[in-house]
Design a protein around this ligand. Structure first.
Ligand code: COA
Length: 256
């Protein structure tokens, strides 16, 4: 288990906590691996009825660790990022997210794969992929237009600008906006309530809800990764990631 991922089982709810607050819960390969292992284990553990993914008050997650993108790009079909993505997308029981602070990149696209998500009113959401010279991931190119329509999905991904929890709710990305301090208690209450529902009925209902898009989601995860990983090595992305590390504005004027 990574020191940056904590798990706790209480009242049949497994809480998986992203715990690297000094880096806004930016995800390293070790964090993906530990999360994937915890989710795979929870899928097979009858003591777990609900998964709750939580972060820190200042950050749910600022997305993939940018230094990691530069030094350790996620390669191979069994890499920790894809393993994490599939573990959550295939998780057969209800999954809930409690979101505060920032939800950027996979910190946002992960919410397309939880069943319910609650966010604090001051949460900053963002899909910054294009700004980083890469493309969206985690089947978001399929799920975002499906959930919110092409025009909204295009606006959020092409500009890559931050958006509010209110917009996230209006666009169908999250269930509810709450005062920041109330998010986790609300998510825990919902998780505990679900943990008292008939578990097989929940599993069958989740399977049926996801059935129609499921194969496409798995295909989209792969197709996006086929673009995303090579793009990390290209000049647009080198400019964007280098600018982030050097704390300066990127300049894309020379690219064709
Ligand atoms: N990868 C690596 N480090 C990250 C990070 C990321 N995705 N997001 C934040 N950090 C680090 C910062 O570099 C900083 O580290 P330092 O204290 O050693 O300098 C620390 O976390 C705090 O972040 P900071 O930028 O100082 O906080 P902020 O409140 O001003 O801004 C964010 C927070 C999340 C808005 C900003 O850090 C950001 O835009 N991060 C990048 C998000 C991103 O593009 N993710 C990739 C998704 S594909």
């Amino acid at each position: 288990m990574s020191e940056h991922i904590k798990t706790e089982l209480d009242q049949r709810v497994l809480t998986l906590r992203l715990n690297r607050p000094d880096k806004k819960n930016a995800l390293t390969l070790a964090m993906y691996s530990a999360s994937a292992a915890a989710i795979e284990d929870a899928a097979n553990n009858a003591d777990v009825r609900v998964l709750l993914i939580a972060g820190a008050p200042t950050a749910f997650s600022a997305g993939n660790d940018i230094e990691g993108f530069l030094n350790m790009p996620p390669l191979g079909d069994d890499n920790p990022v894809l393993r994490f993505m599939r573990a959550l997308a295939l998780f057969p029981k209800p999954a809930i997210a409690a979101v505060n602070g920032v939800a950027i990149g996979i910190g946002s696209t992960m919410l397309l794969h939880t069943d319910l998500a609650y966010a604090g009113v001051s949460t900053r959401f963002q899909f910054p992929f294009v700004n980083l010279g890469i493309c969206p991931e985690y089947a978001s190119t399929y799920l975002l237009p499906r959930i919110m329509g092409h025009a909204r999905a295009a606006e959020l991904t092409y500009f890559g600008e931050p958006f509010t929890a209110k917009t996230a709710q209006e666009y169908g990305l999250i269930n509810a906006v709450l005062p920041d301090a109330d998010v986790e208690a609300h998510a825990v209450e919902r998780a505990r309530k679900l943990a008292t529902q008939p578990p097989n009925a929940l599993r069958v209902t989740k399977k049926l809800l996801k059935r129609w898009g499921h194969a496409t989601v798995l295909e989209a995860i792969e197709l996006e990764a086929e673009h995303f990983v090579p793009m990390l090595k290209e000049a647009e992305s080198a400019e964007a990631l280098g600018a982030f590390m050097q704390k300066r504005k990127p300049d894309f004027s020379k690219f064709k």
